[in-house]
Design a protein around this ligand. Sequence first.
Ligand code: SF4
Ligand code: SF4
Length: 184
Amino acid sequence: MMRQCGDCQLCCRLLPVPPLGKKGGERCKHQKFGKGCAVYHKPGMPPECAIWNCRWLVNDDTDDLSRPDRSHYVIDIMPDFITVNHDETGEKQNIQVVQIWIDPKHPDAHRDPGLRRFMFRRAEEGKAAIVRYNAKEAIVIFAPPFDINGQWHEITSGMQSVKTHTLDEMMAALGGEARMVIEP
Ligand code: SF4
Ligand code: SF4
């Protein structure tokens, strides 16, 4: 059966919507409690919202995850990238990341075992995960397939470009498949 939002609405609170001046984590002015979006598929609906989707809703490898308002995070269908500096060589590398917008009221929701299994599967495809609290604060998570010792790595500082990027910036940055191995 196709999944439905029901009375979830978490994406409308957690995601930034620039045309509305709405920052991540702020309630949208069009959000009506119990009814959803007041401008849904009407002229006032920003194009960002019209094309956006969450991975739980389209069940894109999220079989074992709970609805976002219960799990307290939203997995974005749109990827992003981060830039990693290699200390020794000074080389910069862009790595594709899955974006996970987390409810700041539940900052540890990214520890959900189902979500960790999801991150692990993405890491097998060479994608890391970024857990976003808003457009600036984020944790980058590298699941064990990135590490020759099979460890999880959570990085909260020293990362460049945890900011969100436009699609054009993404296309420019991710020419090919990016992959990195974390050395001990
Ligand atoms: S987070 Fe997903 S399930 Fe919840 S309202 Fe948004 S699209 Fe629907
Ligand atoms: S405009 Fe509608 S779909 Fe977009 S964030 Fe606001 S309530 Fe959600």
